[in-house]
Design a binder for this molecule. Structure first.
Ligand code: PMP
Length: 360
């Protein structure tokens, strides 16, 4: 922790950034001081420090820039993508900066602040019925791309997804733990880009580090052992039978994405640990109120999984959990259930404890 008694100083980053896009990545790894058992050291990698506040900023800029390099995205062409929110918000930031129109398809079940964030960043949001799940929003994006000649971002299949985690997220972990012990890295999956990118690098350069994958207990697609049916282009043919609605937004769509399949096929994780929605929410709240680290439900889920691993980890083990986004994206979700707007009894009593400036 910071030295007590000295005045905190900073010196800038030693550079000026040419655009908001250059501020993506290099997110901090932060020590956990007030949660978890004493015999281990816990860290989190806080992806909320990205400019549009999630891990998906990385993939968004890379999908667009890879398509620009390959010539598959033309100047001024409309970009379309199916997303549970963070990819859409990241793409909206990138498209705003680079001048591409963006259309996002999203199931109505994801938090409404996500829609409004995309719209204020200039995107159009086309909602799809909750009952048609992730496959529905995915197929709508394909349909729109075909009909209007738009560029489909294809986050669930594109090589640009895991590649950016290989060249940035994983490199940052390698750099930040250089010469240090790192026993476990814990992550969940949405597309699987994070785990696949990290797996490619850590398996080679830190073979002693165990990679732990987590998924919702009531939507344990990978744990079910049932293969995903998919088309020749890797896209899902149908929804996966093991899927059930879960509150961990951004995790585990109702199919096993092609990007994640690489991790399954190449054995990029050492253990698969399910986590229940309420555990995820409780962990995110603990991180906020006991560490001052504000993350979404998937961050809570990943942290809760890390705590399970920590219980039986050897003395002195070092563990790292990915925190994919910020808790502010969840104001209307169960993460904030019971977090009141009005004063409670205790707060009212405090107000009354001095004579002035009371509420009527
Ligand atoms: N958490 C949240 C909130 C997300 O939006 C995502 C991405 N959909 C993830 C976790 C998972 O990341 P990845 O797609 O790299 O597996």
């Amino acid at each position: 922790m910071a030295q007590k008694g000295t005045i905190r100083t900073t010196a800038g980053r030693g550079r000026r950034f040419d655009s908001v896009l250059d501020t993506i990545g290099d997110t901090p790894v932060i020590r956990i001081n007030n949660l978890g058992p004493d015999h281990v050291r816990l860290y989190v990698k806080a992806e909320a420090f990205n400019p549009a506040a999630s891990v998906k900023d990385r993939l968004a800029v890379n999908i667009i820039e890879a398509a620009e390099r390959e010539g598959t995205l033309k100047p001024g062409q409309t970009v379309v993508e199916a997303t549970s929110g963070n990819t859409g918000i990241g793409l909206a930031m990138v498209c705003a900066q680079k001048g591409y129109p963006l259309v996002v398809t999203m199931a109505e079940s994801f938090s409404v602040e996500r829609r409004r964030l995309m719209r204020i960043l200039g995107a159009r949001v086309v909602l799809t019925p909750r009952a048609q799940k992730a496959v529905g929003m995915y197929k709508k994006a394909v349909e729109l791309a075909e009909k209007h000649g738009w560029f489909l971002a294809r986050q669930f299949e594109t090589a640009a997804n895991a590649d950016i985690h290989e060249t940035t997220t994983a490199r940052e972990i390698i750099g930040d733990f250089k010469g240090e012990r790192l026993d476990y890295v814990v992550t969940g999956y949405g597309t699987g880009g994070t785990v696949t990118g990290i797996g490619r690098v850590l398996r080679k350069e830190r073979p002693e580090t165990k990679i732990i994958l987590s998924e919702p207990a009531n939507a344990a697609l990978v744990g079910s052992g049932q293969a995903q049916e998919r088309g020749a282009d890797g896209s899902p043919a149908t929804g996966h039978p093991a899927w059930n609605a879960h509150p961990i937004q951004g995790w585990t769509p109702d199919f096993i994405p092609a990007v994640l399949q690489e991790s399954i096929d190449k054995g990029f994780y050492d253990d698969l640990i399910p986590v229940a929605g309420p555990e995820a929410i409780a962990a995110a709240r603990d991180l906020a109120s006991k560490e001052g680290i504000f993350t979404g439900i998937s961050g809570g889920a990943t942290f809760a999984t890390m705590l399970k691993v920590a219980e039986t980890a050897a003395e002195g083990s070092v563990l790292l959990a990915m925190l994919p986004d910020t808790g502010e994206r969840y104001l209307t979700t169960p993460l904030f259930e019971g977090i009141a707007e009005d004063m409670n009894e205790e707060e009212t009593a405090l107000s009354l404890s001095t004579p002035n400036h009371r509420m009527p």
